[in-house]
Design a protein around this ligand. Structure first.
Ligand SMILES: NC(=O)c1ccc[n+]([C@@H]2O[C@H](COP(=O)([O-])OP(=O)(O)OC[C@H]3O[C@@H](n4cnc5c(N)ncnc54)[C@H](O)[C@@H]3O)[C@@H](O)[C@H]2O)c1
Length: 429
C-alpha cells in the first residue's frame, strides 16, 4: 500500500521506516527541510537503537522516501498517517497548531478519497475536527480515523513491529479495511472501536502507567521510613499477574515527551467536562514531589547546595534515548542551580540546551569519571545500562565528596559502601 507519514520525529520516522519494513511503499514528510535533507543522506535526526539499519534497508529496497513537499507526499497516497507533535499549551490543554496545519495542508493537496490515520496523541474529538478541516479545504470525501501509537522511545522499532495491540478508531468499513491491510503482517490483536474511544484509550493508557509509577514512588517513601526495600516490594506485588511487573520501578518520577503532557491534557479535558479525576490528579502531584525529592535529600546531607559542585550522570528522561523533554534530570539540575550549585553533566548521547535551563550553559563531559572530578556529590539521574557497570571505586577517587545519589537504584548498596560512598538510593534502607 502507498502510505504517507507526516512528521519525521520519534513516532513518524519509526512508523514510516517500519511500515516500509512491512512491505508498504512509504513517503515520510516533514516541514523541516534540513531534517529531510539529512535523512536523504542517511543521517538519522534522532538516536533510536536499530532505526538507522531499518531506514537504510528500506531506502535501498525502494520502499522508503523522504520529502518536504506536501504536493509530492499526498499524490497517490492511499493512507496518510499524521505523526506531528502535540505539545502542551500554557494552560495544560493541547497545542493543536501542528495538527491543524497538517490537516489544512493535506486538504490543499488531496484530490481523491483517502484514509487519514491520526497517530499523534490528540484530544477526544480531534478526528472529527481534522476530517472537517480537510473536507472544507479540499471538498474531497475522506475518512479520518484515530490510530494512537504506544511505542516506547529506546525500543521504538521493536515496539512498532511487535505491538501489544493496534487500535483502529473508526466506524467506516473502507477505512478499517485499509488499516488492516497496512498492518496485515503485524501479529497482534487489532482492536476496532469508535474514534472517541480510541482517542481516550491513549490518554487513559498513559495516565494509568503514570499513576502506577507514582504509586510505587509513594510506597518507596514509606519503605524508607519502615526499613523495607522497595525493589523487593515491587517484585512481590508485580509477580501477581493482576498487577504486573512493568512500571513498578521507583525513581525520580515520570518524565519524557508523553506522560507529563498527556496527564496534563487528561486533567484539562476532565476539568472542562466538570469531571473530577482524584486519582490522576494525585499521581500528578506526587510526581512533582518525586522529581526533586532526591535533590532535597542531597541538600540536607550537604547542609547547603550553595557553591557546591555536583556531577549529574544522565540527562535523557530514560536510558537508550537522546530525548530530554521533561526529563527528571532537568528538574533536578534546575533545583541545584537555583540553590547555588554548579552542575557538570555526562550523558552517553543526550545534551541539554541553555534554553531548557533558563539560560544556564551546562558543561557536558564525555566521560562519567571526568565529569565527577572534584564534585562534592554525584547524582545518577538516568538508567543508562553503561552506568550500571560503572567502576564505583574509580568514580569515588575522582570525586571530591563521598555522596552518591542514585535516583534509579542501579547499584548494590553494599558495593557502593565498599567503594567508599555514602549512598542514597530510593526506597531502600
Ligand atoms: N515520542 C514518543 O515516545 C511517543 C509515543 C507515542 C505517541 N507519541 C505522540 O506522537 C506524536 C509525535 O511525537 P514525537 O515525539 O514523534 O514528536 P517530534 O517532536 O519528535 O516530531 C514531530 C515532527 O513533526 C514535524 N511537523 C510539525 N508540524 C508539521 C507539519 N505541519 N507537517 C509536517 N511535519 C510537521 C516536526 O518538524 C517534527 O519533526 C505526539 O502527539 C506524541 O504525543 C509520541
Amino acid at each position: 500500500m502507498k502510505i504517507t507519514v507526516i512528521g519525521t520525529g520519534y513516532v513518524g520516522l519509526v512508523s514510516g521506516a517500519c511500515l516500509a519494513e512491512l512491505g508498504n511503499i512509504v513517503t515520510c514528510l516533514d516541514v523541516q527541510s534540513e531534517k529531510i535533507a539529512k535523512l536523504k543522506e542517511g543521517i538519522m535526526p534522532i538516536y533510536e537503537p536499530g532505526l538507522d539499519s531499518v531506514v537504510l534497508r528500506n531506502v535501498q529496497a525502494g520502499r522508503l522516501f523522504f520529502t518536504d513537499s506536501y504536493e509530492d507526499a499526498i499524490l497517490g497516497a492511499e493512507l496518510i498517517s499524521i505523526a506531528v507533535g502535540t505539545p502542551s499549551a500554557d494552560d495544560g490543554s493541547v497545542d493543536m497548531q501542528y495538527i491543524e496545519a497538517a490537516a489544512r495542508d493535506i486538504g490543499a493537496h488531496i484530490t481523491e478519497y483517502t484514509v487519514i490515520a491520526d497517530k499523534s496523541t490528540v484530544p477526544v474529538g480531534t478526528a472529527e475536527k481534522v476530517e472537517a478541516i480537510i473536507r472544507e479545504v479540499s471538498g474531497v470525501q475522506v475518512d479520518v480515523i484515530s490510530n494512537p501509537e504506544f511505542l516506547r522511545e529506546g525500543h521504538a522499532v521493536y515496539d512498532f513491529l511487535h505491538p501489544a495491540r493496534i487500535i483502529i478508531g473508526t466506524t467506516a468499513d473502507d477505512a478499517k479495511d485499509r488499516m488492516l491491510q497496512a498492518y496485515e503482517h503485524v501479529d497482534c490483536p487489532k482492536l476496532v472501536m469508535d474514534r472517541r474511544s480510541a482517542e481516550l484509550t491513549k490518554y487513559a493508557a498513559n495516565s494509568f502507567l503514570a499513576t502506577k509509577i507514582s504509586f510505587i514512588n509513594e510506597m518507596a517513601v514509606l519503605a524508607e521510613e519502615v526499613g523495607a526495600d522497595i525493589s523487593d516490594v515491587a517484585l512481590g506485588i508485580g509477580s501477581d499477574p493482576r498487577i504486573g511487573k512493568d512500571f513498578l520501578k521507583a525513581g525520580p518520577g515520570w518524565g519524557g515527551s508523553c506522560f507529563p503532557k498527556d496527564v496534563r491534557a487528561m486533567r484539562h479535558l476532565a476539568k472542562q467536562k466538570g469531571v473530577p479525576l482524584p486519582v490522576v490528579n494525585a499521581a500528578h502531584e506526587l510526581n512533582e514531589q518525586a522529581r526533586i525529592r532526591m535533590a532535597k535529600r542531597l541538600e540536607e546531607k550537604l547542609g547547603s547546595l550553595d557553591q557546591k559542585k555536583i556531577a549529574i550522570l544522565g540527562l535523557a528522561f530514560k536510558g537508550n534515548t537522546d530525548d530530554t523533554r521533561e526529563s527528571a534530570s532537568i528538574e533536578i539540575i534546575k533545583y541545584l542551580l537555583n540553590h547555588g550549585a554548579t552542575v557538570i553533566a555526562h550523558d552517553p548521547v543526550a545534551v541539554v540546551a541553555p534554553n531548557d535551563l533558563d539560560g544556564y550553559e551546562l558543561a557536558h563531559i564525555d566521560c562519567p569519571y571526568k565529569a565527577s572530578e572534584g564534585a562534592h556529590a554525584v547524582i545518577v539521574a538516568t538508567e543508562w545500562e553503561q552506568f550500571r557497570t560503572i567502576d564505583l571505586l574509580k568514580l569515588r577517587k575522582s570525586s571530591a565528596g563521598d555522596l552518591l545519589v542514585d535516583t534509579r537504584n542501579l547499584f548494590d548498596p553494599a558495593r557502593a559502601k565498599e567503594a567508599g560512598w555514602q549512598y542514597l538510593s530510593i526506597g531502600r534502607k
